[in-house]
Write a protein that binds this ligand. Structure first.
Ligand code: HEC
Length: 169
């Protein structure tokens, strides 16, 4: 028993010593490192900027005249088709079928279980709303199920939207 206590005591002592040592070396080393992290923290603040970004998104409508639906289809096949079909009556996959989605009521495709955020959004899918959805879904629809990083390139968004406009009656 005594032996066990000695061993346990030793373990505890070394653990404490390691902790103290860590604290002391932190205290010694930190002052030199502080400059950079302090700046990084201020830099990392643009939460408001990120939140404001969607509102600043330039309208896509003026870009649609010069957009290329064929190129948009190629982008769609690469970026969206994993989750969305586009044929009339096509299946819902991870995301809802997107036949005639331009002008369609939001969160309205039969048989798809939408997030409450998208259900609460209201209105129809105009091209500007689709532009916002596609550039950053999480910023446009709170709690969206569309786990997609976004299409940062305006030309690609214009092309994809031009393609979506070709799908419909
Ligand atoms: C990882 C899967 C995934 C990818 C990739 C994806 N989406 Fe989605 N999309 C979804 C899901 C899931 C929803 C339903 C969102 C919700 O309920 O919040 C959705 C919803 C939508 C809607 C609204 C449909 C409706 O009926 O209201 C549009 C428009 C849309 N996506 C377009 C696109 C486009 C265009 C792309 C490619 C640039 C794309 N999505 C890529 C999963 C995806």
């Amino acid at each position: 028993m005594a032996n066990f206590n000695t061993v346990a005591g030793c373990v505890l002592a070394s653990a404490l010593f390691a902790m103290v040592l860590g604290k002391v070396s932190n205290a010694l080393v930190h002052p030199h490192k502080l400059d950079k992290p302090a700046i990084a923290v201020t830099d990392a603040v643009p939460e408001t900027a990120a939140a404001a970004a969607p509102a600043e998104l330039a309208p896509i409508e003026p870009k649609l005249a010069g957009a290329n639906a064929e190129a948009g289809k190629a982008v769609f096949m690469k970026q969206c088709f994993t989750c969305h079909t586009t044929d009339k009556g096509g299946a819902n996959k991870i995301g809802p079928n997107l036949w005639a989605v331009v002008g369609r009521k939001k969160a309205s495709h039969a048989g798809f279980s939408y997030s409450s955020g998208l259900q609460a959004k209201g209105g129809d899918w105009g091209v500007e709303d689709i532009n916002h959805m596609v550039v950053k879904p999480t910023a446009f629809v709170k709690g969206t199920k569309m786990a997609f990083a976004g299409l940062p390139k305006e030309q690609e968004r214009a092309d994809v939207i031009a393609y979506l406009k070709t799908l419909g009656p």
